[in-house]
Design a protein around this ligand. Sequence first.
Ligand code: KIV
Ligand code: ZN
Length: 532
Amino acid sequence: MRATRLRTRKREPKMTKDHVVIFDTTLRDGEQSPGATMTHAEKLEIAGLLDDMGVDIIEAGFPIASEGDFNAVSEIAKNAETSVICGLARAQLGDIDRCWEAVKHAKKPRIHTFIGTSPLHRAIPNLTMDEMAERIEQTVTHARNLCEDVQWSPMDATRTEIDYLYRVVEIAIKCGATTINIPDTVGYTAPRESAELIAGLIANVPGADEVTFATHCHNDLGMATANSLAAVEAGARQIECTINGLGERAGNTALEEVVMALKVRNDIMPFSTGIDSTKIMNISRRVAAVSGFPVQFNKAIVGKNAFAHESGIHQDGMLKNAETFEIMRPEDVGIAGTSLPLGKHSGRAALRAKLEELGFEVGDNQLKDIFVRFKDLADRKKEVFDDDLIALVRTQGDPEDERLKIEKLAVRCGTEGPQVADLVMSVDGTSHMTTQTGDGPVDATFNAVKALFPHEARLQLYQVHAVTEGTDAQATVSVRMEEDGRIVTGQSADTDTVVASAKAYVHALNRLLVRREKTGSDKREVSYKDVS
Ligand code: KIV
Ligand code: ZN
């Protein structure tokens, strides 16, 4: 039972020569970064939000990687309203067939096939330049026989010999690729070089004017956004990016950064995108929550501090004229203006109206459940702000999957350790009790959960954030756990940090139990790096 955001607009991408296609790979390159694994339902939800915000192309996954990836891509393809749905495939006929089987359900399907063309990457499958050229010819032709929309990428293009790059791009175009993506796989290039590479391809490769060139940058040197924009200025018309810059190592180009840069500096970069920027903040928060990768406070556009003006001189300037220190308005990226908080006397109608204002569509049963939790929160907290409500809705559990449930928790703390947790927890409907100690209240609580539900899952990440200001603020807690290669995350919110921690831990364990039941289906068998 999860609240979904209202779908507010229908959009047809406008394709002019100044339109930059936004290709989002949060669900493929982003999700493949260690620890960022999302559940099937979460992937569908994120895809829905991407589609709704105007993303032109969603790279939904890597169908050959696992049964879970295949199912997610197929389902996203079936549900997509406007976006093109793309799947990734290595340069192997079987990969491409599997990819097509998943994306073919989409109104607008795309196959994205790739091979590493730099000397280091050619050494992995141990192919000569000629053998690789032949493989490209065979696989792009095969993909194009299945699908009209084919994207081809020479992985590690920025470290590939330029003559060889021109040669293989020409082959891919001749074999029917409609988009040529130029990946800076290891985040090695710099803006001027990124521009020269695209300009060189357009000027030197026969057939270049018949295809769209894309830029795909990684952020290892912190230049992904600058490199992507430089590529666009040189003629690329597709940017590959992820929400919050999620991705392996230092991540990928951040969608919100390139979109807002093109919007705010349209005077010097006169390009349009189809993105509704007011949807940015919502999807950013959602991706952070489901991936378990928090957004750094001072991150451009979506960081907590991106629109905060704390110093006296800044506040004074802001009060006189917001433009003194602001180049864009918070509303432009979907940060709501200050609105009146709800309190313990607010009724169900006021709660429903506020949820609708925040963009949540909730059914009657769901509203009933949220109302009970809202009242409980309002009893403990004088004012319930928009962010509190968002946290409340977002951390709503899935009652049908709750095999473990915290019933009572009391923790005794003091300057002299150890801390002691008394826990009552139900396991499959039967209540159990234990008392455990630990190095701190959270450790004692987690030990108590483990005593009542013994398991070998390893805690990989534990994170706490205050939702609003003040000592009565709600804390949102995220945990990430790993068992036999399966990774799950759990979230919860409460004014008591220890309670929120216990619930987030149990949320993750409940998800692990669901995953155990679906043995193996979500485990990756191959990675896109296994290029043979
Ligand atoms: O970074 C990269 O090279 C990739 C390719 C698979 C496009 O993600
Ligand atoms: Zn990549």
